[in-house]
Write a protein that binds this ligand. Sequence first.
Ligand SMILES: Nc1ncnc2c1ncn2[C@@H]1O[C@H](COP(=O)(O)OP(=O)(O)OP(=O)(O)O)[C@@H](O)[C@H]1O
Ligand SMILES: [Mg+2]
Length: 671
Amino acid sequence: MAIEMRGVSRVYRMGDEEVRALEDLSIEVKTGEFLAILGPSGSGKTTMLHLIGGLDRPTAGELTAGGVALQTADSDTLAAYRRTRVGVVFQSFHLIGSLTALENVELALSLNGLRHAERRTRAEELLRQVGLGDRMHHRPTQLSGGQQQRVAIARALANDPEILLCDEPTGNLDSHSGEQVMALLHELHREGRTLVLITHNPALVQEADRVLHLLDGRAQAVVGTEPAERPAPSASRRGTLRFADMLSYAWRSIRRVKARAILTGLGVAIGVGAIVLMVSFGQGLQDSVLGQLNGVGSVTQIMVTGAKGQGGSTFGVSLGAPSAVKPMNDTTLKTFSRLPDAQGAYYSATILATAKLRGHGATLIAENLPPQHFRLPSFAQQLRVGRIPGDTGQAIVLGDASASYLLAKSAKPTTANLRRLLGKTISVKFTSDLGSNGLNGSAFPTPVTQSLKIVGIVKGNASYIPYRTLQTVLKEGKGAAAQGRRGFLYDEVIVQARVQADVKPLAARISRMGYGTQTFQSIIDSLHQVFLIVQSILGVIGGIALVVAGLGIANVMIVAVLERTREIGVLKAIGARRRDVRRMFLAESLIIGVVGGVIGLLGGYLAGQAINAIVNLSIRGGGGQPVTLFALTPLIALGAMAFAVAVALVSGIYPANRAAGLNPVDALRHE
Ligand SMILES: Nc1ncnc2c1ncn2[C@@H]1O[C@H](COP(=O)(O)OP(=O)(O)OP(=O)(O)O)[C@@H](O)[C@H]1O
Ligand SMILES: [Mg+2]
């Protein structure tokens, strides 16, 4: 049996009103039978056809067709039934207007997973069969009503269905085309297909095995004799829409609304561009700050302060007053240097001084040189002229910023001019201790004056004095105030770990002993945190632009679903599954997101590079070091793209689900 209907009803509810389109209809149609349906307008003929076609469900009764219980089948089973078992030729054709005749037929085949070459051959063959061999590349609007009717028949036959349903197949045709279609239907019936036709064409009614007369939704009479059951033609293949075909369909749909898609994509591009530009600016800032820090400090150093509570400060600035001062004297230095993992310990001090040379004066920021065996190789690279002295002796290495004040008025601090200062002895008056971080310093009760020989000049603001020499100055200058019970007290001590891995445990140990510690690593760590926050804030600002773009995508896709509701109905009617429709629409928003994202990424990168180049052009003009303001890392690029894809997906989900959930009959009826 091809079709079995038992007590089938279809009631439409419109508010309180009920329209009984079909009532208690029971009929069996044999495989290979030709059934004609006759009845006045509004008698329920199309309703019955939709039910048999699996496009609509009965509100009561049982309906089995092609071996599928249609009233209970799930949506995928129904879609598979529509795709492979049944072909429907609609009263008003329902072709997709943007596709050519050939593409309309091919679409039905691609839903069944046929590859391009295969489905083209088959579609061409079908169109030739319905007499449209010379109209394949015409769009529906370029075809006559009869020609459209025949395209619809070719599409219905595409997947070789066992059941063919036609709603007034000759209603729109002149007598000649009508005869052609009739001959075609006759041929299909002869092949063994089950045929259900709604028709007023007497010639067609004549050919039918039986005629069902409908009136007001009820079977009034069945005229004719039931034929013998014939074997069903071999079942057609059951594939599903290929991923590539789904993508290409989505791409075609986007191209139909080019301007809209470009504008929406532009929104995404601006959003992604903003993120890329902002975050890579944060990255550039971080790179240059941390890069400079890496140049000055040693990763194996631990700065120890007597005042506990300073260790956790950020940027070396203690916020609150130091809670307690634990004194550090020469014995403490020895204790530190004997700790396991410690290589040694030495004091560190910064003293403000003034220098005089033949009537020229300069202010100096004098630091002690570290003891010789702790000196960083990088320090020697700062040397402009001369040499760096040992741990003792009346010597000084001037910072070139201070040295320039000691030159004759008109002399520039060129290497040649600086070299003239070497060997000169200057009178240096040390006036105050600047303290461990330059904030909690104190003036010397009595300034200390020393005669020091200039042996070298380095880049920068700081000047350097041999370790032991400055120690003497420090002790003399601070006087009784810095004398503890067991000797002179230091503000800051540097403990040198053997290897970088020892820094953390060693610092923790010293901290437990009651001292404040700060490691270079901890400064970098806290800076990293600060920059992470900066980057996040900048990223969120850029992200807002992208989220707004996402609203644009959602908007465009919702409009697309509305505009293409009938097309969605057609897709479903010829067998597209919910997930096919959902993926098609999701793919559209993803394409907009990805293409926009890539353009934004490129734009953001190029804009950053351009600004870098312009800034460096002016910096180089002024003789400064080149900087990288915008640093785009792969992680930033990947993150921005991932965000764009996520936004596009989220924006597309609602419209895509809406499209997927449409009822085919309602969608087809949509204006
Ligand atoms: N979606 C709907 N909502 C409410 N009523 C409907 C709906 N679809 C159909 N009907 C009603 O169901 C009845 C049967 O409609 P149907 O389209 O099946 O008629 P038909 O026999 O195909 O008529 P025609 O020959 O004019 O095509 C009509 O009274 C119609 O108003
Ligand atoms: Mg009708």
